[in-house]
Design a protein around this ligand. Sequence first.
Ligand code: ADP
Length: 724
Amino acid sequence: MLVHIVDDDAEVRAATAYLLESHGFTTRRHASGADLLSSAELDGCILLDIRMPGMNGHAVQEELARRGIALPVIVMSAHGDLGAAVRAMKLGAADFIQKPPREADLLNAIRRAEEAYRKGADRRSAGAAAQARLQRLSRRESQTLQGLLAGLSNKAIARQLDLSPRTVEMHRANMMAELGVGTLSEALRLAIDGDLAPLGDGGGALATPAAPPQAGPSTPRSDAGDVGQKLELILDASGEGTFDWNLQTGEITLSRQRVQQLGLAAESPRAERIEWVQGLMHPDDKSAYFRALEAHWAGETESYGCDYRMRSSDGSWRWQEARGRVVERDATSNTPLRMVGTVRAVTDQKQEEEKGREAAQLLDLAQRAAGAGIWEIDLATNHLHMCPRGRELHGLDPQGPAEMSMESWAQLVHPDDLPATLAAIDRAVATGEPCSAEFRVLPADPADAPRWVLALGRVMHDSEGRPTRLVGLSQDISERKAEARQSRRAQSDLIQFSGISAMDTMVSTLTHELNQPLTAMAHFARGITRRLAETGALDDESLRDALAGAERSAVLAADIVARLGSQIGSREPKRQPASLSRLVRESCALALIDADTNGIRHSLDLDRAADPVSVDPVQVQQLLLNLVRNAAEALMDVPVPRRRLHIATHRVSGDEIAVEMSDSGPGIADSVRDRLFEPFVTGKPEGTGIGLSICRNIVEAHGGRIDAGDSPEGGALFRFTLKA
Ligand code: ADP
């Protein structure tokens, strides 16, 4: 039997191979999931590490399923990481074992997988048999199994069922006996085959908006024959583009017209990946697009319709109106398989609407500016002209002279704020970019609190392009500053929490890192023992004892480390009803306190259907804060007018929500891209590289996934899901 060992740690790969080969197995080693998937010889069974950088074990399983490769997969997960194990089983894993595996567990798992593979286990008859066995369980035993299926520890199950942990332990033991199984993974396999719902959950499958959930072997039911081609012929003359999207493979065929709509030269239809097409879409329009798609996929709408902006090859945004319909569904599961539709360019009409919106925004700005002072600096004379309200803001008599020198004005400003304000003015004059500065005006009575003023300005040029004047508005922002001080206090509370959690991450990382070499040591020791036994050298008692001692010590150390890790790592989310929209808003307020100074504009697209959620609010806020803070830091590297952050939330399915955060910063550096969520990976000179690994822990503790990529604006895009 051939065993593929997929693990990112070279020592673990070598040691596991050494041990298995000493038992007569042939092995192939793969340093990553991608390595496995590109392997020419896919046969035998796969021993898969769940936690790997780049493509993790779950993603490898999904890709195997997508390619129709049905080899038995045994996943290896860290001690106590039951959630990951359950998810692996749901994705079709034959078995799971904990790292570091004991020799007997490893061999048994491989033999079981081998046997199941040989029998070609029929899922449906397995389902009926599993259900018959599950019938034997009492209500409590069944609930305990459902809890385990939800990835909960005994303690958490006890809390949910309002029982003591000891009682749950008893039900768990009885449940195993009743089902006639020896390991937890066998029990979970039965629960999954028998379609048992996880505790407190509808048992929804994981769906990503880019591709609908896929059912097993499909028997396509087609409504449409070759609708795509016919539409192509009919619509070619009408100026509409058509698409034909294979939802299973993610391939989309675009008609000649459609390719031209995207601003590309086209002689004939063109096949593309759907991700490429979606990547051209304006980030602000994506959540509405995914919502419309999902509603239609779920059968809630007769047809799909959505307006969105697409980036054309010349960089401009073009409005398009898409209409479409699913024309093929899986006969048994009703999963959509194929979709066709048309797309029409509606640039003119939408541009008018956009202009209208801009005008409304300007109006809004003007309204908000009510109460603001107007000022103007003559760059030739360096004289400042202020309206009465502007003088009042500076603590001067509104009716006094309108003009003063910049030197006199400087006397009114707090000396700590003067250099930055003058620098902002110089920069605006030199670059022509808008200027923004905040400064304190010294009060007439030094006992009074100083007033905070925000000044915004723009350079005016003469007909030859020379800067002549700087004109702008000034506004009293003392109140907002006071609020910001308040928020900063709240922020420091959270930061304190981050400190504790960073410590947790540090410990659980160390346990994970130590586990690998300890596993390797134990495997090497066992392998050496077996090989020496064949040569007769083990007749030497002292050598035998020394080898057994080395193995025992490695296993003992691994046990201690695993126990330590499980205590720290078991910080389960304290779920309670919370508003995701509020958490997003608060996190932005906290993380972007200095946004006005830094000029970050952020926009939110909050799906009300995603409220309320059942999550740990403190953890989720910390997750959001980390991501927003990272984005804010990245945005400091681009010029002020380009600093934008967009956050969208939406409900993916009944119990799953998704949050997408895209920024217009420099994007993720290639040096960290592949290992972004690993602890201690940082692209910053002063960074710790802990933030994103905490984010991943929180997301995974909530049964979700996090990944990162490029935003259409060229910055970073982080997307995560949570089971809520
Ligand atoms: P730290 O911020 O301490 O470096 P993190 O784990 O939070 O640790 O982030 C790891 C690295 O990921 C960062 O150093 C940075 O290089 C990259 N990164 C995170 N968020 C972004 C973003 N929005 N844009 C660009 N790079 C990012």
